[in-house]
Design a protein around this ligand. Sequence first.
Ligand SMILES: Cc1cc2nc3c(=O)[nH]c(=O)nc-3n(C[C@H](O)[C@H](O)[C@H](O)COP(=O)(O)O)c2cc1C
Length: 329
Amino acid sequence: MRNSLCHMLGIDIPIVQAPMGGAVGPRMAAAVSNAGGLGTLPLWLGSMDQLREQVRETKSLTSQPFAVNLNMEHPQEERLEACLEEGVPIISFFWKEPSDLIARAKKSGAVVMQTVGSAEDARIAADKGADIIVAQGWESGGHVCGTVAAMPLIPSVVDAVGDLPVIAAGGIADGRGLAAALALGASGAWIGTRFLACEEADINSLYQDSILSATENQTSYQKDLFDVGWRAAPHRVLRNSTVDQWEAAGSPSSGERPGEGDTIGKSRSRGDIVRYQSYTPAPDAEGNVEAMSMWAGQGLAMINDVKSAGEIVREISEDAKAIILNLKM
Ligand SMILES: Cc1cc2nc3c(=O)[nH]c(=O)nc-3n(C[C@H](O)[C@H](O)[C@H](O)COP(=O)(O)O)c2cc1C
């Protein structure tokens, strides 16, 4: 499956483990990179020391390339400098326009990936110098930057950016999804929710069990429901009691929602968790975990077992290869 995207990233299989804040640590990223895909560390919030520690730990677990994801909702100049000093080879930018950070990363020799939700944003990222465009469909789990589903978005973005490789995101959870992404003109797949059901995922067991049992119609796209800590940022979550109660109350706006400000749980690292908080339930989360923001994409019905991250990469790649070879007219 080695294609031009693989050459650019220095990997063997065109599968990128999507950055997932609060769910991905060095173990998962390194396992994916060791299996021939690309592991991605979301390191956009912690301190510089934590960033350097995670990068160094990942390097101790793999000699293969991996990426660091920076969310432009927050200032990232200092974190980018730390990544470049640590020799991170690939930087992924998400959410807002990264202004001149793309040029800064490239000046140090890093490959830059930019996530977009529209062809227009893809063109802007290409003009700014991004090497690779990640086209994130509306079916994606977590924070979602556009409102177009992957099936129409991918060809639009591919057509918009000419020769730049495009990676498809949203609802890809098995070999069929990777094969479809390649057929639509993408050069690889950016897979999130499937990796929440891997042995290396740093998430609460109730969250993981919910991923395993849910089906494709059990997510909810919300403009700003889980907005405590990150306002006005559309997202897709598992439908849960918080979503149901809010809808039953007539979907009131922020400040007037049922149970607003209530503490619904806590975790050792984050302290109290309030209702409507933007928070990925961690293994140590206690309390009403079911009511927390359990980010998930629409590929849920394809996710029925927990495997190692490496196995997931190998299985998706082998299945996609077989599907492509067996396609008949
Ligand atoms: C739990 C979770 C956390 C996420 N956190 C981030 C993040 O920190 N940075 C980012 O660029 N995207 C984040 N995303 C979006 C993913 O990178 C990716 O676009 C999405 O998962 C793809 O759709 P899928 O979940 O259907 O595979 C997150 C997604 C999930 C499910």
